[in-house]
Design a protein around this ligand. Sequence first.
Ligand code: GLA
Length: 340
Amino acid sequence: MTVADAPGVSTMIHAFAPGRVNLIGDHTDYTGGLCLPIALQWGTTVQGHRGGDRIVLTSTLDGATLELPLDGSRPEQVDGWGRYVAAVAHEVEPTRGFTGTITTSLPVGAGLSSSASLEVALSLAFGHSGSPMELARSAQRAEFAAVGVPCGIMDQLASVMGRAGHALLIDCRTDEVVPVAIPDGAEIRIIDPGRPRTLAGSEYAERRAACAAAEVLVGSLRDATLEAVESIPDLVLRRRARHVVTENRRVLVAARALRDADWASIGAAMFASHASLRDDFEVSTPVLDELVDTLARTPGVHGARLTGAGFGGCVVALCEPGALADGSEVIASDGARIVH
Ligand code: GLA
């Protein structure tokens, strides 16, 4: 224990964790597949001081204040964003209290991992002291405890491991994270059609269960061949599995193309990914489909797709610099940190 950690000593903390946009590779992480997310310039800040024996946090989003005993409340005993606080506190088991504020520059519910960034920022603020991988796993467990979403590791890992100027090629089977430099010559934009989405009430868990059921038939979807997948008798399971197997391949194509600044190839993989999420995985919405169709007809756009879990949320587009006025430009950023 350092002097700053001693009970009774108050320490100012400013923790920040970014959200993420996924360039390609959705609904692959929870079957040990591949994805290519980017940590964003926007995220969640938890600021305040460690000390005392209570957690007292105010969110600038709704002005509400939450107060929890240090020995922990169960997430189900709290409401709203407080559930994440209780779940993270349960994970981190802080030895001292924390009094401060939560602010975010991320749109909440837009599919840009506002909850993962909240979990990671809270974990750092509460003094999580494990490795980056342990931090991501702890935040992933907190997500499940808080809202019951059996999410994969992509969002939390991208938030923890983000690298400025890079996308992250994540192998969710080995936990290997390979930063891929984003060359000059194209712009990545996020377009939010403004229909908020919530994972908890969605069919996310059902999609995950379908993948598990397909794996009982053909083995790991990471290794399964397309021939094996095409032999799955149940048509829905077959489509779900086909998405995963083809999406893993598209991630590899896109990561290679990104290294080579081969924008046309990444763009084609992104459009194909959207079609697969729409038709085989069935997680798109008419609003997202229409937006991607419009972008496909827009000069200077290399590719576009829904990003994240689907059922709403945002579209990510790759385009020539200046080709699109819509949305916001992504600035690939560093991962979570204690700012001071
Ligand atoms: C959500 C989950 C992730 C991942 C994506 C879909 O964002 O939190 O783990 O499964 O959906 O790729």
